[in-house]
Design a binder for this molecule. Structure first.
Ligand code: GLA
Length: 420
C-alpha cells in the first residue's frame, strides 16, 4: 500500500480494456425491481406492488423527488416478468398489455423526462428464470434492436435455460448486437454466476471487454445471512475478483436490500460500506414510497457514495481477519486518499478494536479522517493508536485523506458530489 505503488497501479487500471461503449465509468446506481417485488403479477389484488408500469413510474417519481437522482441513483430497472408470454407477429418481445398498457418506449420517455434512465431484463436461453420468453441465439439481434428502438438505457442478460456453449456464444453476441444498434446501452451479464463465478471457468479479461457489469454469484435475499454469505464469497475470492473491476467493468454482488425487512440499521450500514469497498453497482431493491428515514439516510450517505463512485475505480480488499472477529477492509481512492472499514462478525456487544494506521500499512504522516456514518473528523498520525467501537454485525467506516505533507485537499471527495 505504498503510494508509489498505488499510482503505478492506477495507471494500469486506467489502461485496462473495457467494453467500448464509454458507459459506467463509475459503478451504476439506481433501483431494480427484483429482490423486493419479484414476479408479483397480480395487479387485480395487489395493484401497488405488482410488476406494472405504475410501479416503475412510482419509483421514478420517488427517485426524482426525494433527492436520490442528484446523488447518482438514476437507473430504474425492470427485471423478470414484464413481458407477454408470446412474441408479437414480427417476432419481437412485447410487454404484458394489461400491466404495461403504455408500452416500454413510453415508460423510457417517462424516465428520460425526469433525468432518469430505464433498464430492462432478458435471458440468454429459451425462457427467463420466471418462465417468460427467452432470447435464444437466433433472437439476439432482434431483441437488441427492440430495446434500442424503445430507447432503453441498460440491459440485464440472465442465463436460465441455456447451456455453457450457448452462453459462450450468446453473451459476446449480445454485446456486439447492442453496440451495433448505435444506442449506448449498459450491459449487465449474469454469465459468470451460471458457471461458478471463478477462473478458469470465467475469463474476467474477456468479460470486461464485453460487459459493463456482471453478476458473479448467488441471488441476494432479504436476510443478513444472505448478505454475509455474499460478503464472504467475494472477499474469500478477492484475488480473482478485485482486479477484474475498473472503470466501465464492475463485479456485481447483487442489489442493496437496505430499507427492506431483513437488515438492522447496523447491518444496513455494513452492506452500504462493503458494497462501496467493492466498487459495486448500487441498485436498491426496496419500496421508496415507504422507506424509513434511517434506511434512506444510509443509502443517501454522500461520503459512502463518494467512495463507491471514486473516479479511479479500483476495488478494495479485505486486509485483515482478526481472531476477535473484526475484519478490516481497505480501498485506494483518487488523490492518494483511501477508505477503511472495520467490520464486526461478533454477536455479543460493541467491540473496542485497537490499531494504528501504521499497523494497517499506511506510510508515515498525519492523516485526516472522516467517519462516514457520524461525519466526525479527526487528524491521526500513522503511529498513534486509535480505538474504534464496532457494533455486532456493524461497521465503522473511515474516509482517510492523504498525509498533509502531500498538500492535497482532503475534501476532494465532496467535489464528486457537487459536480453531479
Ligand atoms: C435470476 C437472477 C435474479 C432475477 C431472477 C428473475 O435468479 O439471478 O437476479 O433476475 O432470475 O427471475
Amino acid at each position: 500500500m505504498h503510494f508509489s505503488l498505488l499510482v503505478f497501479a492506477c495507471v494500469l487500471c486506467g489502461s485496462t480494456l473495457a467494453l467500448n461503449n464509454g458507459l459506467m465509468r463509475t459503478p451504476p446506481m439506481g433501483w431494480l425491481a427484483w429482490e423486493r417485488f419479484r414476479c408479483d403479477i397480480d395487479c387485480q389484488n395487489d395493484p401497488k406492488n405488482c410488476i406494472s408500469e405504475n410501479l416503475f413510474m412510482d419509483m421514478a417519481d420517488r427517485l426524482s423527488e426525494d433527492g436520490w437522482r442528484e446523488l447518482g441513483y438514476v437507473y430504474i430497472n425492470i427485471d423478470d416478468c414484464w413481458s407477454s408470454m408470446e412474441r408479437d407477429e414480427n417476432g419481437r418481445l412485447q410487454p404484458d398489455p394489461k400491466r404495461f398498457p403504455g408500452g416500454i418506449h413510453k415508460l423510457a420517455r417517462y424516465m428520460h423526462d425526469r433525468g432518469l434512465k430505464l433498464g430492462i431484463y432478458g435471458d440468454m436461453g429459451t425462457h427467463t428464470c420466471g418462465g417468460y420468453p427467452g432470447t435464444t441465439l437466433d433472437k439476439i439481434q432482434i431483441d437488441a434492436q427492440t430495446f434500442a428502438d424503445w430507447e432503453v438505457d441498460m440491459f440485464k442478460f440472465d442465463g436460465c435455460y441455456s447451456n455453457a456453449t450457448e452462453q459462450e456464444q450468446g453473451y459476446p453476441l449480445m454485446s456486439k448486437a447492442l453496440n451495433a444498434t448505435g444506442r449506448p446501452i449498459g450491459y449487465s451479464c449474469s454469465w459468470p454466476a451460471y458457471v461458478g463465478g471463478l477462473p478458469p471457468k470465467v475469463n474476467y479479461t474477456q468479460l470486461g471487454e464485453i460487459c459493463n457489469l456482471w453478476r458473479n454469484y448467488d441471488d441476494i435475499q432479504d436476510s443478513w445471512d444472505s448478505v454475509l454469505n455474499i460478503i464472504d464469497w467475494f472477499f474469500d475470492n478477492q484475488d480473482a475478483l478485485q482486479p477484474a473491476a475498473g472503470p466501465g467493468r464492475w463485479n456485481d454482488p447483487d442489489m442493496l436490500i437496505i430499507g427492506d425487512f431483513g437488515l438492522s440499521l447496523d447491518q444496513s450500514r455494513s452492506q452500504m460500506a462493503l458494497w462501496s469497498i467493492m466498487a459495486a453497482p448500487l441498485f436498491m431493491s426496496n419500496d421508496l414510497r415507504t422507506i424509513s428515514s434511517g434506511a434512506q439516510s444510509i443509502l443517501q450517505n454522500k461520503i459512502a457514495i463518494g467512495i463507491n463512485q471514486d473516479a479511479m475505480g479500483m476495488a478494495g480488499r479485505r486486509i485483515l481477519k482478526e481472531k476477535s472477529g473484526i475484519e478490516v477492509f481497505w480501498r485506494p481512492l483518487s488523490n492518494n486518499a483511501s477508505a477503511l472499514v472495520f467490520f464486526s462478525r461478533r454477536t455479543d456487544m460493541p467491540y473496542r478494536y485497537t490499531s494504528s494506521l501504521r499497523q494497517l500499512n499506511f506510510t508515515t504522516g498525519s492523516y485526516k479522517i472522516i467517519d462516514v456514518f457520524t461525519g466526525k473528523m479527526a487528524s491521526l498520525k500513522d503511529s498513534t493508536d486509535f480505538v474504534v467501537s464496532v457494533n455486532p454485525s456493524g461497521v465503522v467506516m473511515w474516509y482517510v485523506s492523504a498525509p498533509a505533507r502531500m498538500n492535497l485537499n482532503h475534501l476532494h471527495i465532496f467535489s464528486y458530489i457537487t459536480q453531479r
